[in-house]
Design a protein around this ligand. Structure first.
Ligand code: RRO
Length: 308
């Protein structure tokens, strides 16, 4: 089977990525990812200008149908991740960056532009968990302003990480903004922001920051993720690839993401639940489905979802 996909001029030998934030904060975790042969590429934890400890713990909670997190952008600072991606790696990397202000975003991307790094960068416009900070990509005008300023100087491959949208008009509105810029990709979805999980026995929330509000991930968000991949694939310029993230627990879920138009597919919560062995299982399950259907490459079914 041919699992090859291209993105930003680079070849990914498999469609699988780690979701940003999952097992990609420390040098050890990133080295672990390099050792997973079924991973097509490696995404770093979103980097800020300064290193951050993140929010108080507990800040991640495992649920039967997924997870809730309010990590608060713990990371080692952009210098660490920019050094990391400039080293030799067997797989392509995606450098994720997140600003706490527009000025931060510009400063971060100017550093990336000035560096020797020629790979992909992804601007996270959708972190739901930094106290007092809105998710930028829910504000269409601010998103346009940020991208206008960014593309006045940034010439390297750049994508954006989006939050989930829930209204067809919002898909139209964000696509109208994104289509005006030379983006390599959009990565959709980030966690479903500001859910609240209640422990009825304890009559209490399950995570400490923000009074228990946090981003939802895992199986419960799969239909939302598929809707976002599909709706954006229908609206974005063909030159903008879509990275599908959200709700993957089986090879069938990976197949569904690709059927909706995903170029690559990320796994988050299920990596936490199952460990890095998840990728071998998903690859086997995807292979079995493709073989049963007589497909030999991802192109055979990518974006070919049928409607009634
Ligand atoms: O660190 C986090 O709390 C976090 C981030 Br930056 C993000 O983009 N998405 C998420 O679910 N958590």
């Amino acid at each position: 089977l041919n699992f090859t996909s291209t993105l930003g001029g680079q070849t990914f030998n498999s469609p699988f990525l780690n979701a940003s934030g999952i097992h990609c904060q420390t040098a050890e975790e990133l080295a672990d990812l390099e050792g997973v042969k079924e991973l097509g590429g490696i995404v770093t934890k979103s980097a800020t200008l300064e290193a951050r400890a993140g929010n108080d713990k507990p800040r991640y909670y495992d649920l039967a149908y997924g997870s809730i997190n309010s990590m608060g952008l713990p990371n080692s600072g952009y210098n660490f991740y920019l050094d990391y991606v400039q080293k030799e790696h067997a797989k392509p990397t995606i450098l994720s960056v997140a600003g706490l202000s527009v000025a931060d975003v510009i400063k971060l991307l100017k550093e990336v532009q000035a560096s020797d790094y020629q790979g992909l960068t992804e601007l996270n416009l959708s972190c739901p968990n930094v106290i007092g900070e809105p998710q930028t990509a829910y504000d269409f005008e601010t998103t346009r302003k940020v991208l206008t300023e960014v593309f006045s100087f940034f010439t390297k491959p750049l994508g954006v990480k989006l939050p989930p949208y829930f209204d067809l008009v919002h898909f139209d509105q964000i696509a109208a903004v994104l289509n005006d810029f030379p983006l390599t990709h959009v990565n959709t979805i980030n966690s479903v922001g500001n859910g609240l999980v209640v422990d009825v026995e304890k009559e209490q929330v399950v995570t400490k920051p923000k009074g228990g509000f946090g981003g939802l991930g895992g199986a419960m968000v799969l239909p939302t993720a598929l809707a976002n991949v599909r709706a954006l694939r229908q609206r974005l310029n063909p030159s903008i690839a879509i990275l599908g993230t959200g709700g993957v627990t089986t090879g069938a879920d990976v197949f569904a993401h690709i059927l909706c138009g995903a170029q690559l597919v990320s796994v988050g919560t299920q990596v936490i639940k199952e460990g890095l062995g998840v990728y071998a299982r998903l690859e086997k399950e995807l292979s079995d489905i493709m073989e049963a259907k007589g497909y030999t490459s991802l192109e055979d079914f990518r974006g070919k979802l049928q409607v009634m």
